[in-house]
Write a protein that binds this ligand. Sequence first.
Ligand code: IMP
Length: 183
Amino acid sequence: MAERPYVIEPMISAKTIAARVEALARAITAAFAGTDKLVVVGLLRGSFIFIADLVRELDLPVEVDFLEASSYGNATESSREVRILKDLRGEIAGRDVLVVEDIVDTGHTLQHVRTLLLARGPKRLEVCALLDKPSRREVDIRATWTGFEICDAFVVGYGIDFAQRNRNLPYIGKVRFLDQGAP
Ligand code: IMP
């Protein structure tokens, strides 16, 4: 991809994220109280920092697993396909499962992953998404818990990338291009 000049405008500070992660973890801990073990499934790669912070705030026995899905548009955006690039290592049949996603955008990725995992017969499956862009939704799906609802902006940081860069920013920022057009 050709480098386009851009700046990152801070949107959600590290301190605000940390407070929200703590609150999400409290809600999740309460919802799964009494579980023998919660399988926390991080969707790679964007959720890697979020899941690391979230599991450390959960007061539950947890197992961590990862799934990598990649979505790509074909001729019609609304029939977007999702491929599984890396599947879970463990079994989830009969288990309590929490899927951790960085951003719910069109919703195709989450819908596909949810359908795939539900077919494996978990006892219970819930979703925690750090960010939600409801105005971009193409399929009717919502996370059980959402960190922040944001507008239709392209964001980076706290694990989220733009062309594999900026994942290591401790805060979430909005990409603003210095030339014309969107990413
Ligand atoms: P969806 O299938 O359209 O909901 O796509 C969700 C995935 O697209 C997220 O898990 C991200 O990896 C990626 N994505 C969506 N919006 C952004 C963004 O603003 N910045 C970086 N990645 C994004």
